[in-house]
Design a protein around this ligand. Sequence first.
Ligand SMILES: Nc1ncnc2c1ncn2[C@@H]1O[C@H](COP(=O)(O)OP(=O)(O)O)[C@@H](O)[C@H]1O
Ligand SMILES: N[C@@H](CCC(=O)OP(=O)(O)O)C(=O)O
Length: 360
Amino acid sequence: MLRFKKIAVKIGSNVLTRKDGTLDITRMSALVDQVADLHKQGVEVVLISSGAVASGRSEIKVSKKLDAVSARQLYSAVGQAKLINRYYELFREHRISCGQVLTTKENFGSRTHYLNQKHCMEVMLENKVIPIVNENDTISVTELMFTDNDELSGLIAAMMGMDALIILSNIDGIYNGNPSEPGTHVIREIEAGKQDLSEYVQVTKSQFGRGGMLTKSVIAQKVADEGITVLIANGKRDNILPELLAKESKTVCTRFIPAEKPVSSVKKWIAHSEGFAKGEVHVNKGAEEALLLPKASSVLLVGVIKIVGNFEKDDIVKIMNEEGMQIGVGCAGYSSREASKLIGKRDQKPLIHYDYLYLD
Ligand SMILES: Nc1ncnc2c1ncn2[C@@H]1O[C@H](COP(=O)(O)OP(=O)(O)O)[C@@H](O)[C@H]1O
Ligand SMILES: N[C@@H](CCC(=O)OP(=O)(O)O)C(=O)O
């Protein structure tokens, strides 16, 4: 028996690349074998695979030095083709189809794009096709980029309502100190709720990774708070995926215990969408107090004091208190133009309905 039926598996650049930066086909093939095995046992798997930039870099020799953005665009364009081609061939040996999903941060900011993307992956899974997701590095540059693929994998796991997110890196989990120092060990379990892991996690990251362990731990906590188990484990270990999914698994990894309270899929989307907010809704003290009560309340125009930025209906907005501190995020029921005209008015439909509201 396996512990999970639906999993998102994020494979970091370091798992797929050798020390010299070339694609580690042996490792990739071993991971595909493991995914194929789980797939045949009925587990739904979505892969989030890094490695485009790393595999492109080892392919192309440039004549003159490139700036960082041009290099990333060039290497990812070539490297993603190489990467997905490899996956395609490897899965084909198991008679399994896989498909490529390239996405950008913008696709998570609008509900329509979000649902289109979700629908695409649902259709793939229903038809036994394994989605292989990566950021579209050719067009998402600078502030349009995800922090890294750990952030992307958290969004995908929440969007697809997965039972677990497995983040595979080149290390056994989160250590309680510098992993290279003797006497440190992997933290095996982390309770739900906000815990500060920054004292353990070094800001240094491995050779080809982008975000490092700190973003992994922040994302993992957020995803676990939404009721999804998160495991950070070593993708270089043989047979890691079946071992992690085994019922009484003792495999070394860091496990983030999921919160018990289920969170609706809309709220999961909103919780992850803060970075895409198009504007701000400032509320007065009374409205802030009402929002913080255990009973669900909407943001009403009567309690709004200021609207900042230009947003359309259904865009994500930040909710700010009188002191200018952010207290939550939500999906706007009006455009900023309409809302500005109705500030302070009673008996209007909510500016942010409580079903579309996530408080910090
Ligand atoms: N406390 C810690 N525990 C484990 N790894 C850590 C810790 N602090 C920093 N790291 C570093 O984080 C690296 C993994 O993150 P990253 O380089 O982003 O990998 P990936 O490419 O898999 O996303 C590890 O190789 C390790 O060097
Ligand atoms: N989209 C990039 C991944 C960048 C990234 O986040 O890498 P990693 O920290 O190894 O997961 C690529 O495919 O090269």
